[in-house]
Design a binder for this molecule. Structure first.
Ligand SMILES: [Zn+2]
Ligand SMILES: [Zn+2]
Length: 177
């Protein structure tokens, strides 16, 4: 596994620009496995990220794009989604920020290191944590029998009984001699 951590001492005064291509898709696949996200990559994340040392911390700017599938919120079939945006952030470097959980920094023998891939991944998660539909007019699942109404039809709609009343209907029928 490639190291996605960059020692900040190696960032030149003029800044550094790193890029991620399709060859790095294993990084994102590993990270996806750590989340509960049911996401598959059609086109892996391609990203460009620039780091610039400033007095207050590390100025991070970049952009990414990817194409993924997420389960349709209506029928649960895979729905295609293009994700990507430009981002801009200041990662504070201080004793406090090193101790905090969930920061992009750690201290090693090489000094303070920054997890560049994690920054890109967090930006990706923002886009991928939305609810999507496979198509605008998705018919969804039948609330009575559960079939995917895009592919199959069922007869539940014809006798539109409220499932909460179904039992009651049954009781009335049973009472008949
Ligand atoms: Zn759907
Ligand atoms: Zn049905």
């Amino acid at each position: 596994m490639a190291d996605t951590w960059l020692p900040i001492a190696t960032i030149p005064k003029t800044g550094i620009t790193l890029s991620y291509s399709a060859n790095d898709s294993y990084i994102w696949n590993e990270k996806i496995q750590e989340t509960a996200l049911e996401c598959s990559f059609i086109k892996p994340i391609e990203a460009e990220i620039s780091l610039q040392l400033e007095e207050e911390g590390i100025l991070v700017s970049g952009s990414f794009s990817a194409q993924i599938t997420l389960p349709c919120s209506s029928c649960l079939e895979p729905a295609l989604l293009d994700v990507g945006h430009i981002f801009y952030d200041l990662v504070e470097v201080s004793e406090d920020s090193l101790l905090q959980e969930g920061t992009y920094l750690k201290e090693t023998k090489k000094g303070i290191e920054i997890d560049v891939a994690e920054i890109v991944f967090e930006e990706f998660l923002m886009d991928a944590s939305i609810s999507v539909r496979c198509k605008e007019d998705c018919l969804g699942l039948c609330p009575y029998c559960g079939v995917n109404k895009n592919n199959e039809s069922c007869s539940c709609d014809q006798n539109k009984k409220d499932p909460r009343l179904a039992k009651l209907h049954g009781l009335v029928l049973e009472k008949k001699p």
